[in-house]
Write a protein that binds this ligand. Sequence first.
Ligand code: SF4
Ligand code: SF4
Length: 353
Amino acid sequence: MSKVYFTNLKSKKTQSPLNKLKKIFLKCEPEKFYGKSQLVAIKTHFGELGNTAYISPIYIRPIVEVLRQLKSNPYLTDTNTLYVGMRTNSVDHLHNAHFNGFGYSTLGIPIIIADGLRGENSLDVPIEGELLKSVKLASDIVNADGMVCVSHFKGHEISGFGGAIKNLSMGCASREGKLEMHSKTRPSVHQDKCTSCGRCLSACAHDAIVIKPKAQITDKCTGCARCIAVCPENAIGINWDETVENTQLKMAEYALGVHNALKGKIIYLNFLINISPACDCYGGNDEAICSDIGFMASTDPVAIDQASYDMVLQRFNGKDPFVEIYPYLTPEIQLKHAEKIGLGNRKYELVVV
Ligand code: SF4
Ligand code: SF4
């Protein structure tokens, strides 16, 4: 059984929600995870432009303070998106992060987009999964000495809810890895949008694109997804053809890869606030589906997601609000599979702080 520390948002003059957040973080004994001069990734999501439900940088500050006191060397990080948007490449991604309040000026630590300029910096990490024997992760996640995984707990159209497992998997995979979770087939070119400019041809390291007269992707394609990010016409499409069940299974296996790569040196923080119906990747967010609940901390990603899920369900007297929004989904798949492959425990002890 794993411990999950919880604090609600009720606060006094001397005990602000930020103090309470720091308290539950300290309960996880960060001194055992992060040492002097160690490069510690604070993995978060900077929120797509127009979205306001993402975790604000003010909540990152207490974490930075603790890491600084431990004399470790934290950096903020996320990975580029598979699809084309404001976080497709590191330059746009940094503009986006700054616009949403993340920056050296607010937190005093640098931002490093972990998978390189266009999501090409990917490392294979072996795992003992049921579907996958290795996962493709952002290199500056794999190379970190430890991680604090900061997750906004909210609804999600593929996994029902998104929490620590989602943040570890989709959030830490390289572009190639994200494609592997979402798709069974190689990308394809929308012939009507293609102008035959040849940029994708130059970007493809596998000689898998021919232009005749428009771009076409051949059998040589390895699914690295690099071409998607370079096309100025957004003409290269992703086939979102993996089932939602399999995507959840793969997510759990990718999360295991991150956990293994960092030798378990990860503390998880789930924020049960602004629980929006959909992902922070959208350029907007609907109103929250329930009132704010609080913060959780744990060293077990499965336990913290299970506890977060259970607490939301309690607010609805056991009814699942995520299934009401996404009736085609079974959110528990990710939890069950994650436990089965050894990522963590669904059984937990909730310690109220
Ligand atoms: S980069 Fe885009 S527009 Fe240019 S050739 Fe490739 S698919 Fe066509
Ligand atoms: S996905 Fe990668 S290998 Fe396939 S065509 Fe695009 S750049 Fe080439």
